[in-house]
Design a protein around this ligand. Structure first.
Ligand code: 5GP
Ligand code: ZN
Length: 118
């Protein structure tokens, strides 16, 4: 197990201490359904390593970031939204509404989305 934080919600999901609906799992990433979905498909892709948010990323995180996008691609295919399209989102900081301090990539799809986001 990579470095985790005992009081971090998503680290606790990784350890099986908090239940989640798994969509995809790899040695470095985990994908599960958002508890409050904002689209027919709303999956969160997280690294197994605890990284607080995208503002904490450094060049050395390149491998795990690529792994997260490869997992998102697998999720899009398995959810059947790879043809229709989808949105990938990292929220960072207060104005974005970021609420869980463990890096997570939102995979949103299954409906037409507006731009700019609200
Ligand atoms: P953020 O707003 O930080 O970018 O996204 C956090 C996401 O985590 C939200 O969409 C929220 O619904 C989801 N979330 C919060 N707590 C839980 C939980 O216990 N389980 C799951 N599956 N999702 C959660
Ligand atoms: Zn964590």
């Amino acid at each position: 197990m990579s470095r985790t934080e005992s009081d971090c919600l998503f680290c606790r999901i990784l350890k099986g201490e908090v239940p989640a609906t798994e969509v995809h799992s790899t040695p470095t990433t985990f994908a599960f359904r958002d508890i409050n979905p904002q689209a027919p498909t709303h999956v969160l892709v997280i690294p197994r390593e605890h990284i607080t948010d995208a503002a904490e990323l450094e060049a050395g995180h390149g491998r795990v970031l690529a792994d997260m996008y490869v997992t998102a691609n697998a999720v899009a295919r398995s959810e059947g939204i790879d043809g229709s399209g989808y949105r990938l989102v990292f929220n960072v900081g207060r104005d974005s509404g970021n609420s869980v301090p463990h890096l997570h990539l939102h995979v949103l799809g299954g409906r037409v989305m507006s731009w700019p986001p609200g």
